[in-house]
Design a protein around this ligand. Structure first.
Ligand SMILES: *[C@@H]1O[C@H](CO)[C@@H](O)[C@H](O)[C@H]1NC(C)=O
Ligand SMILES: *[C@@H]1O[C@H](CO)[C@@H](O)[C@H](O)[C@H]1NC(C)=O
Ligand SMILES: *[C@@H]1O[C@H](CO)[C@@H](O)[C@H](O)[C@H]1NC(C)=O
Length: 268
């Protein structure tokens, strides 16, 4: 055990170096919404070499969705001060080209600049895509901040999301589904969150892998970007997918899944 004085010192030292604060990250997600609305990158605190991937393909930012003006009907963001990362869900249902966009941003150690952006950009033809249905369902959900004292630890939140993904390969995994629990999958909505085990090809391909997380204890949520095999025959190693999971009291309350298809509804 460290003496109390050392702990105090450590916490001061951490505060002094942790420039990746919630407010810095919040400024960045505010800038992201401004940039995406305007289709203008200049609002974003980019670093000289910010890397960018869109639906798992490396792209120049100058060719990205961020250069298209997308009206935003609904957005929700997570701010992860531990990983120095953010996640933003954007639903655009009323513009001429409907989108649902899931954006994960990573930052330099001081939080000052974006080092990497990973975007999942879904539109017509992607898995169960229906932006209007997504908007109307997502709008009715309550994602208010969890009061202090009722917040789950980040490992509890992340484990709940991981168990959900793990259960697709192994139906024996015990997933902490809440009651109620609702899943918005593309534009399809169900209050039965339990998923059956997927076929053997899914497991043989390693299940939902390359998991990349953003966790926010205040919102009680995790977003898990992953490569989802089996669904799209043209992407045997996995297509871009994300599960945005809200956890209340250790139990899953909401799941939003967005999955990209190379062909209409992944050929299904
Ligand atoms: C982007 O915004 C900047 C700053 O407001 C402005 O100078 C620039 O002209 C804009 N670019 C485009 C393509 O609209
Ligand atoms: C940009 O590249 C330089 C040189 O490779 C590297 O040291 C630096 O960490 C990179 N910055 C970011 C934000 O990735
Ligand atoms: C799948 O992954 C394997 C091993 O990394 C690679 O050799 C193969 O080209 C990949 N297939 C596709 C379609 O990307």
């Amino acid at each position: 055990m460290l003496p109390y004085a050392s702990l105090t010192f450590l916490s001061i030292a951490t505060t002094a170096t942790a420039a990746c604060s919630r407010s810095t990250l919040q400024s960045a997600t505010t800038a992201l919404l401004a940039a995406q609305t305007a289709g203008n990158l200049s609002a974003l605190p980019l670093s000289p070499n910010t890397s960018y991937i869109e639906n798992d393909a490396a792209l120049a930012l100058s060719s990205s969705i961020l250069t298209k003006s997308v009206p935003i009907d609904l957005s929700r963001s997570l701010h992860d001060t531990t990983l120095c990362a953010t996640f933003t869900e954007i639903i655009s249902a009323t513009g001429s080209h409907p989108y649902v966009i899931m954006t994960r941003m990573l930052f330099t150690a001081d939080g000052a600049a974006i080092s990497r952006i990973e975007n999942i950009v879904a539109d017509k033809g992607d898995w169960l895509f229906n932006a209007q249905a997504s908007l109307s369902k997502a709008k009715d959900e309550v994602w208010v901040d969890i009061p202090e004292g009722k917040r789950d630890a980040r490992d509890v939140i992340q484990a709940a999301g991981d168990k959900y993904l793990d259960s697709w390969s192994d139906g024996k995994v015990s997933v902490p589904y809440g009651s109620p629990c609702a899943r918005l999958e593309g534009g399809s909505y169900t209050t039965n969150c339990k998923m059956p085990e997927f076929p053997k090809e899914f497991k043989d391909a390693g299940g939902a892998k390359n998991r990349r997380y953003v966790v926010d204890e205040e919102v009680g949520a995790v977003s898990i970007f992953n490569d989802f095999p089996f669904l799209d025959p043209k992407k045997p190693n996995g297509t871009s997918s994300t599960n945005f999971v809200r956890v209340e009291g250790g139990k899953i309350r909401y799941i939003h899944e967005v999955t990209i298809c190379t062909q209409n509804n992944c050929g299904r």
